[in-house]
Design a protein around this ligand. Sequence first.
Ligand code: ATP
Ligand code: 3PG
Length: 400
Amino acid sequence: MKTIDDLQVAGQRVFVRADLNVPLDGTTITDDGRIRAVAPTIAKLVERGAKVIVASHLGRPKGAPDPAFSLAPAAARLGEILGQDVAFATDTVGESARSVVAGLADGQVAVLENLRFNAGETSKDDAERGAFADQLAALADLYVGDGFGAVHRKHASVYDLPKRLPHAAGDLIATEVGVLKKLTEDVKRPYVVALGGAKVSDKLAVIDQLIEKADRILVGGGMAYTFLKAKGHEVGISLLQEDQVPACLEYLARAEKRGVEFVLPVDVLVSAEFPDLKTKAPAHPGTVAADAIPADQEGLDIGPKTRELYAAKLADAGTVFWNGPMGVFEHPDYAGGTKAVAQGLLDSDAFTVVGGGDSAAAVRLLGFDENAFGHISTGGGASLEYLEGKTLPGLAALED
Ligand SMILES: Nc1ncnc2c1ncn2[C@@H]1O[C@H](COP(=O)(O)OP(=O)(O)OP(=O)(O)O)[C@@H](O)[C@H]1O
Ligand SMILES: O=C(O)[C@H](O)COP(=O)(O)O
């Protein structure tokens, strides 16, 4: 893979595909980790006299403009981090983008509006994606891929655009791949993987591969309920991927056969209502055994016994990879499980990797020192799929 050092960037329009998909409360960024992570690449290009065009997705808008998913707050924060003005285009490939890019002097930076406001970005149709990539390519001379969190997506800006422009990997991607590669080679054992979060359908399949690599798998967060259901328990109105129940059964059986310890919650915090994340009004959750979730309630965090159990299962680890909060950590009543697992990582002597936008944000928002972990990856789904050994479209395109 080429790096920025292999490109002559001075005076060139350089398109940087970043992952500025940060958590927002309205227009307030609650964790700017992903912006800070890509800023050094942008600063390097600025220093070398490039005209820098930064593009990213934010959230999952439906292929059309939606103000709730505007990248304007991220552009403003990037300007503060870089200590220089950052122009903002109110569209991605339209009049605003063209004129903002045309107005860039060497060493200046512009951010384009959310790539996913255009249906072509995420289209499954190669021609539609290609047509959008052509429009993006017209804005730039060179391409730098540095949105590690999105390299597992076969999207126009990630996969098709680098095929159209001379390209290189940015420093963030180079660092991420360097660290994660070590986890695919010889890891210090026991190798413990902790999985949670909400993107259940995306991430369940990863377990299929992890059973071949890990010694112990701890499951919490929204991920746990499909497994509890597979074990014959009722899960009330908890997050459930019904069509994956047979696959989960198969994973449990294979883990047992291979001697991989598969650990599920023994108790959970439940409520009839999803908590108010804005007011953070007390939620008064109940605590129930994992096999006794009431029909009208949902599991929103692992319970106190599970916290202790997971801490014990992390204590002797040689290596830990953790993706996905153990509960709805954004509300203080449901942050205990995520806190316990973060603390468990720190209390072990293991090499620890935390992956994912929300997982990394959780660690910081809950007051942990990010430098105390071995590596905090900006990619959740991306790091999981990398560890799975899959070819990631955004990395393959940079290698070509
Ligand atoms: N039991 C649960 N029910 C519903 N949502 C949950 C539950 N447990 C955790 N969550 C939610 O999961 C979300 C994070 O999941 P997600 O899979 O997006 O993790 P991530 O670290 O951001 O990874 P990625 O980078 O792939 O997005 C949080 O917003 C949290 O509130
Ligand atoms: O948060 C992430 O994992 C990345 O930004 C990718 O987002 P996506 O899952 O919406 O493609």
